[in-house]
Ligand binder design. Structure first.
Ligand code: DOR
Ligand code: ZN
Ligand code: ZN
Length: 434
């Protein structure tokens, strides 16, 4: 059977290494079916789902439960993260055994109230994970800084959305990135800095890369394309952690993508309901907004504007995510045949993003009404159309598979390993292929 893709460009399907699909526990916001449908409409063929669901994914039982949900509902392929926290350090072997794409460590407060480990526990966690080769993705914000700021702003009676930005100045992230990089360097752990939002974080990231630390980073469309002036228009809707910052950060973030300091684009797809996004008390507004479906049109618009070229985009959206998580060349490249994960895009198509047309259960974002150029028309996962002519194909629910078994992470050389840790690690061999 042949297929006519005339007039369309064929790209590797995007790999979004940072989504919150809320399943189980918060399925009024999203579930694996709606989240992966939204991904498919956005040209995204693989997603890595965050563990701040209910229950938190922090042991083999909660992980297996999520695997059962995802394999029954997913339209696209996925990987699952598990929390690396003080209570799960001892569960690293069972989590790897039960099938994860990587670990998530919350240095800062987030939705789902996951306790942040102390610096001491973080060092120990890195020591335990380093010999397994698994990458630790970090929400790098320092609680003790932002808690004091928020208390000051609350006492001053600030209730406007900009107070959110004021409570989390860039130093909140800079301090956390620098500290994480030092601990990764000390232990040999592989780390990934999630949602880089400021120019200031690029310093410690660049320095760590120059020292040979195995550290990677992502930024998101909202940090590249929105600025402090957008708070007046969007109010609580634009609230996200880390916050959208002053527009002066955008240029350095783009430049860091171009020079490879930032390795990839991810979305931090964080769906909430309209009620949860528009509460009067700004401090109780749930943070984040959907992004998995709008990333490709937003980024392709910048290709159309001549900011960078299509091969740059593919490197940030597919090639680098696949390489960093050991999925390359099985994912992230164009492959003719049964393994094809492809986005067929119309680069000439000018259209307008509308929240109401999103396939996410969450239909509230700061992209509503934005003019874009570039439309994913068909999406193929492992050789099968999941979306064709902008329609979800029948019987693709449950077609998505976990990609953890494809992962090849060569085991690095851990450093400064304490004898006790070394013995514990030797007793439970890493569950990853070399
Ligand atoms: O804005 C955010 N929303 N930042 C996070 O770190 C978590 C996410 C969520 O799960 O809602
Ligand atoms: Zn985060
Ligand atoms: Zn997130």
């Amino acid at each position: 059977e042949t297929f006519d893709a005339q007039g369309l460009h064929i790209l590797p399907g995007a790999i979004d290494v940072h989504v919150h699909f809320r399943d189980p526990g918060y399925t009024h916001k999203e579930d694996f079916e709606s989240g992966t449908a939204s991904a498919a409409f956005g040209g995204v063929t693989t997603v890595f789902d965050m563990p701040n669901t209910l229950p938190t994914v922090a042991d083999a039982a909660s992980l297996s439960a999520k695997h059962a949900i995802a394999s029954a509902k997913a339209h696209v392929d996925y990987g699952l993260y598990a929390v690396l926290g003080e209570d799960s350090i001892g569960k690293v072997p069972e989590l790897i055994e039960a099938g994860i794409i990587g670990f998530k460590l919350y240095m800062g407060n987030t939705f789902g109230r996951i306790p942040s480990p102390s610096t001491g526990a973080m060092l120990e966690a890195f020591e335990v994970v380093a010999p397994t080769g698994k990458r630790v993705s970090l929400h790098a914000e320092t609680n003790s800084i932002m808690e004091r700021r928020q208390a000051q702003l609350t006492a001053a009676g600030r209730t406007d959305a900009l107070a959110h930005l004021a409570s989390r100045p860039a130093v909140v992230a800079v301090e956390a990135v620098a500290r994480a990089a030092i601990l990764a360097e000390w232990t040999g752990a592989r780390i990934h800095i999630l949602h880089i939002s400021s120019a200031a974080e690029l310093g410690p990231l660049r320095d760590a890369k120059a020292r040979g630390v195995d550290i990677t980073g992502e930024t998101c469309p909202h940090y590249l394309m929105l600025g402090a002036e957008d708070y007046a228009r969007w109010g609580g809707i634009i609230r996200v952690n880390p916050p959208v910052r002053e527009a002066a950060n955008q240029g350095p973030l783009w430049a860091a993508l171009a020079d490879g300091t930032i390795d990839m684009i991810a979305t931090d797809h964080a769906p909430h309901t309209p009620e949860e996004k528009t509460r009067a008390d700004i401090w109780s507004v749930d943070c984040g907004f959907p992004g998995v479906e709008t990333q490709m049109p937003l980024m392709l618009t910048e290709v159309a504007n001549g900011r960078y070229c299509l091969t740059d985009y593919v490197r940030w959206s597919a090639v680098n995510p696949a390489k960093v998580w050991g999925l390359y060349p099985r994912k992230g490249v164009i492959q003719v045949g049964a393994d094809a994960d492809l986005a067929f895009v119309d680069l000439e198509r000018a259209w307008t993003l509308r929240d109401g047309e999103l396939h996410s259960r969450s239909k509230v974002s700061p992209w509503d009404g934005r003019a874009v150029k570039g439309l994913p028309v068909h999406t193929m996962v492992r050789g099968r159309f999941v979306v064709k002519d902008r329609a979800l194909m029948a019987d693709t629910k449950g077609f998505g598979r976990s990609v953890h078994a494809l992962q090849q992470m060569p085991v690095p050389q851990p450093r400064h390993l304490d004898e006790t840790i070394a013995a514990a690690v030797a007793a439970s061999p890493p569950g990853v292929a070399a």
